[in-house]
Design a protein around this ligand. Structure first.
Ligand code: AMP
Ligand code: GLY
Length: 415
């Protein structure tokens, strides 16, 4: 039994902690997650204090969940102190930390992606935009919790949003530089790979649902639900993603002197003319990883250690279909209220991961935009879906909403 410290306290980190706990390890967490507190030790410490905390508590492995500490260089700081830490270095994490950097790398190494231009000057960006066709995509350069992407249906809307980002600080400093790119249509999928010493180990693929409401309507969110397997994506598409996108980027990062270790997440679109890159992330996706961690039969502890040591990784998966549906606070992703009491959690018979909750006077209350991820599995997607929505029906809280169509892209084909 090892001591594992998970950094981050959302749904993804709950799932990571749950997996380590199931593998028999002693779990610590930076951040307070009321569900993890039932089996692990949660501490509310600052990012800068993590290395000392890990040393004082003889932690065997630190597993960093979210992008912000990775982009801030937490892995480098831990490794400098001799602490075993899973995740990419600060330099390698730029692939997610800066969309301008990531686009520059894709361009330099011929990795397929949408046609784009990057701008730091508003006048130039606006001039370029006026010559494009709608729909068009605007992306804030920096981190914006999955919300820094605007898909504008008209050029007027795009001009308005551009001004908001570059002149009126929408998304704060993250929007000072902006990427303007062609709108791609096709089927999206998340291809996450463990990367160890330039070798790429693809996980099973999953699909997230980025828009807030049913039928893919509403604003982009951090993700409203995920499932696996996908019907519209073939093994050839996955191979194309590995061969044309992930492996070339891993090789490129090594050539540039910033070798990548950890999880490289390629957000891909299967377009009429091939698979193209929407974005790179440098960590487990949220909510994709929650369902994939339930599906993963191999030891996450062993995988993480093998990646750190540059050794080979072996992945074994459960054959069932898995689904996770986010219950979000009403008003998310714009303004949402905290504090509403969530009843009925004790009635659930399937795993539920806490994304943004808090314990107050013995009650679990809303404490974030995305609040819970209710998960289920079944022998096929239809069965898993029926089960998950049945479980959701047991939760009583008027302040939450959820999408009723998670998995619909793959179910249409099943009928
Ligand atoms: P990103 O943060 O770059 O993953 O963008 C968030 C979401 O916006 C993606 O998951 C897509 O659904 C959508 N998106 C981003 N870029 C494009 C694009 N060029 N064309 C169409 N949709 C896009
Ligand atoms: N589910 C999308 C992300 O983790 O960025």
């Amino acid at each position: 039994m090892a001591k594992v410290l998970v950094v981050g306290a959302g749904g993804r980190e709950h799932a990571i902690a749950y997996k380590f706990n199931q593998e028999g390890h002693e779990v610590y967490m930076v951040g307070i997650n009321p569900a993890v507190e039932k089996f692990g030790t949660c501490v509310d410490i600052k990012e800068d204090d993590i290395p000392n905390y890990a040393l004082e508590n003889n932690i065997d492995l630190v597993f960093v969940g979210p992008e912000v500490p990775l982009v801030n260089g937490l892995i480098d700081k831990l490794q400098e102190k001799g602490i075993r830490a899973f995740g990419p270095s600060k330099k390698a994490a730029q692939l997610e930390g800066s969309k301008v950097f990531s686009k520059m790398m894709m361009e330099k190494y011929n990795i397929p992606t949408a046609k784009h231009e990057s701008f730091s000057d508003y006048e130039k960006a606006s001039e370029y935009l006026s010559q494009q066709k709608a729909p068009i995509v605007l992306k804030a350069d920096g981190l914006a919790a999955g919300k820094g992407v605007i898909i504008a249906e008209t050029l007027e809307e795009a001009q308005h949003e551009l001004k908001e980002m570059m002149c009126n600080s929408k998304f704060a400093a993250a929007g000072a530089n902006v990427v303007i790119e062609e709108f791609l249509s096709g089927e999206e999928f998340s291809l996450m790979c463990f990367v160890s010493d330039r070798k790429v180990y693809p996980m099973e693929i999953a699909q997230d649902h980025k828009r807030a409401f049913d039928n893919d309507e509403g604003l982009n969110t951090g993700g409203m639900g995920a499932y696996c397997p996908l019907k519209k994506i073939t093994q050839d598409d996955i191979n194309e993603g590995v061969v044309k996108v992930v492996q070339p980027m891993v090789d490129a990062m090594s050539s540039e002197g910033m070798p990548f270790y950890g999880i490289l997440y390629a957000g891909l679109m299967k377009c009429a003319d091939g698979v193209k890159t929407i974005e790179f992330n440098v960590r487990f996706g949220d909510p994709e990883s929650e369902i994939l961690l339930l599906k993963l039969e191999s030891s996450l502890y062993e995988i993480a250690n093998n990646v750190i040591d540059g050794k080979d990784v072996e992945l074994k998966w459960n054959k069932d279909a898995f689904i996770g549906v986010v219950m979000a606070a009403k008003g998310y992703p714009e303004k949402s209220e905290k504090g509403g009491v969530i009843n009925g959690l004790e009635k659930l018979t399937t795993p539920v991961f806490h994304m943004g909750t808090k314990q107050v006077d013995g009650n679990i209350v809303i404490n974030g935009g995305r609040v819970l991820l209710v998960c289920a599995s079944g022998e096929n997607l239809q069965a898993a879906r029926e089960k998950v929505y049945n479980e959701i029906g047991k939760i009583g809280c008027d302040d939450l909403f959820f999408r009723k169509d998670i998995g619909h892209h793959s179910l249409i084909l099943c009928k």
